[in-house]
Write a protein of this length. Structure first.
Lengths: 379, 303
């Protein structure tokens, strides 16, 4: 009886190893991994980027696939937590044996996943992480968006030249690499251009009460407040700012990009505020309009910048694999580094020496809960 | 000066919510001598009850006086839901363990807390929800630039009325007298013919419904709710209850206000990074130097 029990365990173990071993070669499929925050406070980041990427994969497979194989996308939820991001990237590479990884939107999570891709020599493309340190992790890490020093310049120019405001307060999220990074770049750039930072206040992601910080900001009478943070926090911040009688415009960055930004009372609170981002859905460019049409047909929703960027991340990965003629990670990495003037839905993508894309930014204005195009800023 | 007035007001409206949650901790401790760590999650369920009731009643868009009635109705609904939840938790989980060692009940309470948090994630989803704006927030007072909105005033007033109501129940009614008797000496109380089970159930219902009301007030002030929202306010309210003297009802109210004000001042004038450290630092100091809390009385262990 005991022997039977042990042999059953042994058999199960063998079965598990064989099944997991089956994934190894990939067979007639190319396995691509993706990690993103499908749940949690920044859920729209992950949902939009997955939707965009799925669209790219689906179109590719409908057009005959890649290297005579179909591409299969494996997506895991990291709940927006860096520790979970590490776990799922490990799982993608070790258990699922993916040949490339796409993700994440939030810089803190990309910084958690990237070292694992680098160690295992698997190329990773982040669609929307703008913190410069992400791609500095290693030569296997790429991005298809601009980086924060550029975004800081764009916002500084916009505040000084377009809005003609000089006294700005800064409110940043100290738990978030993106927010602290962008805040620092902005502080330096804005002062260089002749602006004045009258107050710097901070909070931790997940806080609900911002009134103390906002009251301190109000006491310094700024003409605008720059808040490089994610949409869930900004939603509450904007409501509370108006509650304590702070009426100056709030200025944001691409972390604001979500339909949930203006949910509830924030719709009125954010009226007439601005943020910088990657793409405007009002852009008449046929490529953008066609993508919107396809996306709407499939998901019955408007795409946001994260969906556009993830779609482009997919496209340049397929392009690199096509050029390499193989999915061998090292060759794909070399081809990714050579991408020049690739025409994606977010514009021309050229990867520079730091493995970043050089692209223009747009400023959007919030009107009636909608994001309206204000201006484009070239790099 | 303007800034200071505004900060005081911010602190009071945050503190009144802590106070309401702290009352539940302190009442249950007073009767059963144990910390109900699931209390912060009952507060979360209160906020979610308000969220779903708000959606349910959304068809009746009302304004002015009627919206106050609607908000009161939703708050009452949330209080009934959380009161029923508190009653059920006590009957199903704590009652069978009443004769077990204190540690067993404490760990069970943590289990109930985790059950509510992650069960909540399963049922409500992990994403933050935007709490419906039950009352329009109008700038009420403008003191040379310090704008005080109507919602914080509503929060402060409602919390005050509930606390006075609780005081009246405990001091003036028969069940209140029974509660005090059980708190003083459960054995003697039961020998005098007091139905201890009924008193404990009643305490759980009242304490939990106050947490439910706090959930609604929290949603009104900070309209973003998620299943894990109860953890931190729950812990802070526990600190408030210990600060005021655990088991002491006015102490819980005072402790809540002190914690709310201190947090706001630390965030506004020092740094938000130290905010939580200071709340929990106070807990350590109180336990070291005045374990009975500000208003608590020394208890003599009788052997």
């Amino acid at each position: 009886m005991r022997n039977l029990f042990f042999s059953m365990i042994a058999l199960t173990a063998i079965a598990i190893f064989t099944i997991s071993g089956c994934n190894k070669g990939g067979g007639d499929e190319i396995l691509i991994g993706e990690y993103g925050s499908l749940t949690g406070p920044n859920a729209t980041f992950g949902i939009s980027s997955t939707n965009g990427l799925k669209l790219a994969v689906e179109e590719l497979n409908n057009a005959g696939g890649l290297l005579n194989k179909k591409v299969k996308l494996i997506t895991y939820d990291d709940q927006g937590k860096p520790s979970e991001a590490q776990t799922v990237v490990q799982r993608l590479i070790k258990n699922d044996n993916v040949v490339a990884v796409i993700g994440e939107v939030a810089s803190s999570n990309s910084k958690a996943g990237a070292p694992i891709c680098q160690q295992n020599k698997i190329p990773m493309i982040t669609p929307a992480s703008t913190n410069p340190e992400v791609t500095a992790i290693g030569d296997y890490i790429f991005r298809v968006c601009f980086i924060d020093p550029f975004q800081a310049t764009v916002v500084s120019k916009f505040i000084l030249n377009t809005l003609k405001l000089k006294k700005v307060a800064l409110l940043k999220d100290v738990k978030n690499a993106y927010s602290t990074g962008l805040a620092d770049f902005f502080e330096k750039e804005f002062k260089n251009m002749g602006g004045e930072i009258v107050e710097v206040q901070s909070f931790s992601a997940g806080d609900k009460d911002f009134k103390a910080q906002l009251t301190s900001i109000k006491a310094k009478n700024p003409e605008a407040i720059f808040i490089p943070a994610y949409y869930t926090d900004v939603n509450l911040i904007s409501i509370q700012a108006r509650e304590i009688g702070l009426t100056v415009p709030l200025i944001g960055s691409d972390g604001w990009e979500s339909e949930k930004l203006t949910e509830g009372k924030a719709k009125d609170a954010l009226e007439g505020c601005y943020f910088s981002t990657h793409v405007s859905t009002e852009n008449p460019d046929p490529k953008i309009q066609e993508f919107i049409k396809k996306y709407k047909a499939k998901y019955n929703a408007m795409p946001d910048a994260m969906a556009f960027l993830a779609y482009d991340a997919g496209l340049i990965l397929f392009e690199a694999m096509k050029k390499a003629g193989t999915t061998d990670p090292e060759k794909v990495k070399n081809e990714l580094a050579k991408i020049k003037d690739f025409s994606g839905v977010t514009g021309k993508i050229s990867i520079n020496e730091q493995r970043n894309a050089i692209k223009p930014a747009v400023i959007l204005e919030i009107k009636g809960g909608q994001f309206k195009f204000k201006e484009t800023v070239q790099p | 000066m303007t800034e200071f007035i505004q900060q005081v007001f911010n602190g009071l409206s945050l503190g009144s919510i802590y106070a309401l949650i702290a009352l539940g901790y302190t009442m249950i401790y007073g009767i059963l001598r144990f910390i109900n760590f699931a209390h912060g999650d009952v507060f979360m369920i209160g906020a979610f009850s308000g969220y779903y009731l708000g959606i349910l009643f959304a068809f009746a868009t009302v304004s002015g006086i009627a919206s106050i009635g609607m908000a009161l109705l939703i708050m009452l609904g949330a209080m009934i839901v959380t009161g029923a939840l508190g009653f059920t938790i006590e009957k199903l989980v704590y009652k069978p363990l009443r004769k077990s060692p204190k540690l067993t009940i404490l760990i069970t309470a943590i289990g109930v807390s985790l059950f509510l948090e992650y069960g909540g994630q399963l049922v409500f989803g992990a994403d933050p929800k935007s709490f419906p704006s039950l009352l329009e927030n109008k700038p009420l007072i403008n003191l040379s630039g310090a704008v005080i909105g109507s919602n914080p005033v509503v929060v402060l007033l409602t919390a005050g009325i509930l606390m006075v109501g609780l005081r009246l129940i405990v001091m003036k009614t028969k069940i209140g007298t029974a509660m005090r008797a059980v708190s003083y000496n459960p054995t003697a109380a039961s020998l005098m013919g007091i139905n201890i089970n009924a008193v404990i159930s009643f305490t759980f219902i009242i304490g939990s419904s106050l947490a439910g009301a706090a959930g609604i007030l929290y949603g009104l002030n900070y309209p973003s709710i998620d299943p894990l929202m109860g953890i931190l306010p729950g812990l802070k309210a526990f600190v408030a209850a210990v600060l005021g003297g655990i088991g002491n009802i006015p102490g819980a109210a005072l402790g809540g206000m002190i914690i709310g004000l201190l947090e706001t001042f630390v965030t506004g004038y020092i740094s938000p990074t130290y905010r939580d450290a200071i709340a929990f630092g106070i807990l350590i100091l109180i336990l070291l130097f005045k374990p009975t809390g500000l208003l608590g009385k020394k208890e003599i262990e009788k052997v």
